[in-house]
Every structure is written in C-alpha cells, then in structure tokens.
Ligand binder design. Structure first.
Ligand code: SF4
Length: 417
C-alpha cells in the first residue's frame, strides 16, 4: 500500500503543513556501524539475580525445597505466603518449622527489589515506585487506581535497547533483562501495599479485599526483547493461587514497538493476553526516525503481525499512538492509519491516541486539543474505534516512555547501598 495519504492523492488540500522531525534533546543517540540508531537486542552480561520461587515451576520448587533439606510440601506453603499473603517475612510464616524458617525463606524468597523511593499524586491513587535490583540497576513501576480496577505498569528490563529518540528510558541503553521473579515481585509488592491500605482512593465503606487486577507492560524496557522471562512471568501471573497470582490473562497487556517475530511467537502461545502495538506513525518515513526498530520491521509488517495476533487469538489489538504536536498528529496521518487498518479487515483493532505531556519549548510536546479531537474523529468516522487514553501518571513522570531513574534517584539509591 502507498504511504501517500489519501487526501494528497485525491488532491484535497492539506490542512496543516508543519512537519517537525524527531530529534533527541540534550543527549546523543548511540549509532551503529552504518550510522543508524543502535538497537540492542541482547542483554549485556551481568551477575544474575538470585533464583527465587517465582522463577521456578511448581515441580522445581519442590525439588529446591528438598535440596534445602525439607519435605517437598513446604514449597506449596511458601507459595501460599508469597502469592496469596504477599509476604516474604519469615516471622509471618508460623506454619513452617521455626528452626528452619529463616534458611528456607533465604533460599526460596531472596530479596529482589529494594524500595528506593515512592512518589504519590495528591490523592494517593497513583504511586510510582523506584526499585533497586541486586546489582544496583534501577527500575520503576506505577500503580494506578481507576474506577473498578487497579492497574500496575511494570518494567521488564533495566533500561531499554530500542533507542527511541523521545524516550527517557532509552537514552541510557539496555542495562539488562529483568528476571521472571523480578517482574513478578513488582506485583507482589504492589499487592502488599494495597493490602496494607497504602493506595488511596478507596471508599470508606468499601471493605473488599483489593489487589492489582490489570498489568500493563509499559514501564521500562521492550517486553518482547526479554521474551522468555516476560512470558514465564505472565504464566506465573495467571497460574491459579497458590501456585501463582491467579490473575486473568485478559487483564494483562503486553506491548511492543514492533518486534515482528516475537509478535508471531506471542500469537502462538495460546495465552489470551491483550496485545498492544506502539505504532506512533503510519508511514515508514516518519516511523524510521521515531521508532528506530522500524528499520528492521516496517509499519506494514508490524500491522500484519498485529492482525495475525487477532486471527490466532480472537483478541482485539490495541494500537498505541502518542500524539506529538506537528510531528505525527496530521489529519492525513489519521486517514492513512485508518486506511491501513481497514485494509486488514474490520473489528480487529482499536486505536488509543495518547496526548503527550505538554512540554513548553520542546519539539516533543502535546498536540493541541482541536488537533487531537480531529485525529480521533477521522479514525472513528473511518470505522476504527478510537478513544483518547488517560495520561495518568504524567504528574509523576510515570507515563509511557517517561520512566527513567534521575540523577537524584541514583543518589538516593547510592545512599541506601
Ligand atoms: S519508548 Fe519503549 S521501546 Fe522505545 S526506548 Fe522507550 S522503553 Fe524502549
């Protein structure tokens, strides 16, 4: 299909002509030998995090407990403490033999995340956590209460190797992949906080037991670049309690900037997670600059893979589209996006435009309200269900592509080490 907009082909006058090109601000993008933005797919070798119960299958947990000199059934007791009571504290595990409790917990539930800081919005219904991993790497997660659900945005890598020029996380490159248990532990820690009443916004007369209901892999990292650990973490999330967290796969959103072979693999997993493609541009000319991985897999290939995901799973796909003033918010781009989505069938996709944070003086700033509305209207009129997404978390730099440890965070982490 041509990337020339339908409006241009039909001779209709373009409403807006300004075209801001993506460029980094205040930092230099690392380049490869050919001068293209460097993409890092492999995790740099670093000391591995300690093996944790959440890294193991139920059978492996039993084996490990036996190695520690205890009967295998203790594994299930430990899993119950961890996945249903969200505790790793031996003092709470009175059903375990007192003499061996500490050793068992040290062997099976080693500490993985040290909380460095916690930022809350005024009402306390959005909380950003900064965690230090065992080797000093820093990652973040954001907990958000919405009506009827509690969502946790989790990280899957420390840093990111995808080098997107707008993204704070991508600037420092990929530090390393997170382990399965490090990914899961973010949820357990959030659930612990919720159980302790630490998340604001709960009505005084609501006495229900609450926990994280939805997961979005939109924190630090490209989840599909850490495929095996992310999928193992998803399996732990959906395994029934007490062997896992007993969550619904449909409440878990795996997003990607478009690693096509991994999207195809995900479609074959037979796990009905929600799949989101962070597209941000419908034309290769812009997307090559905006999302460097587009040099490997083009817009049409990514959309074909997304459509393939729908065909295999029957799950409607989300297209994420950050609206950036004069860069990707042109009416013709809305039309081209609609054209490309409709060319692949009806009813398989919806679009979530996300207004970027307003940043005065930056080329990376929010589209104007009327431009946002026009973009949404054109897609809806073309039959593509489109809704502007909540940008919750922006007050605390927790919106997508905003998660990055600041020098202040690093100083706080160093002071704790
Ligand atoms: S936008 Fe996403 S994929 Fe791109 S560098 Fe940032 S975290 Fe990585």
């Amino acid at each position: 299909m041509s990337d020339t907009p339908a409006s241009a082909r039909s001779g209709a006058p373009a409403k807006r002509t300004a075209q801001v090109r993506p460029a980094t601000e205040g930092w230099t993008q690392k380049k490869d030998a050919e001068g293209r933005p460097l993409l890092q797919f492999a995790s740099p070798k670093r000391g591995k995090p300690p093996v944790h119960l959440a890294d193991l299958t139920p059978a492996e947990r039993v084996e490990k407990v036996k190695e520690l000199g205890l009967p295998g059934f203790r594994a299930k007791q430990l899993a119950t403490h961890y996945f249903t009571h969200y505790t790793s504290d031996p003092a709470h595990m009175t059903d375990l033999p007192a003499g061996q409790r500490d050793e068992l917990v040290a062997g099976m539930l080693p500490p993985l995340l040290t909380e460095v800081r916690r930022l809350e919005t005024d009402r306390g219904d959005t909380i950003k956590f900064l965690w230090r991993l065992h080797d000093g790497a820093l990652v973040e997660s954001v907990l958000m209460r919405y009506p009827g659900r509690i969502t946790l945005c989790v990280s899957s890598q420390a840093g990111c190797g995808m080098n997107c020029p707008f993204c704070a996380t991508g600037q420092a490159g990929l530090t390393r992949n997170m382990s399965t248990a490090e990914i899961v532990e973010q949820i357990v820690r959030a659930n612990r906080l919720i159980a302790e009443g630490g998340l604001g916004g709960k009505k005084a007369d609501d006495h229900s037991m609450e926990r994280v209901s939805n997961i979005v892999f939109m924190g630090m990292g490209e989840p599909l670049a850490n495929y095996k650990r992310v999928m193992d973490a998803v399996r732990v999330m959906i395994a029934p309690q007490p062997e896992g967290l007993g969550m619904s796969a449909r409440g878990i959103t795996v997003s990607t900037v478009g690693l096509v072979p991994a999207i195809n693999k995900l479609a074959d997993e037979d796990i009905p997670v929600t799949f989101a493609l962070s597209l941000h541009a419908p034309d290769d000319q812009l997307r090559d600059e905006l999302i460097p991985v587009n040099s490997r897999w083009k817009v049409d290939e990514a959309l074909d893979a997304a459509r393939g995901y729908f065909e295999k799973t029957g799950r409607r796909v989300s297209i994420e589209y950050a609206l950036i003033k004069d860069m990707n918010d042109h009416p013709w781009r809305a039309d081209l996006l609609a054209e490309k989505l409709n060319a692949r069938g009806r009813g398989w996709v919806h679009v979530n435009p996300i207004p970027l944070n307003p940043t005065p003086g930056s080329i990376w700033t929010a589209s104007e309200k009327d431009v946002q509305d026009e973009f949404v209207r054109r897609l809806n009129d073309a039959g593509i269900p489109t809704t502007l997404r909540d940008t919750r978390g922006k007050e605390i730099d927790g919106a997508c592509g905003q998660l990055v440890a600041t020098t202040e965070d690093e100083a706080a982490a160093a002071a704790m080490a």
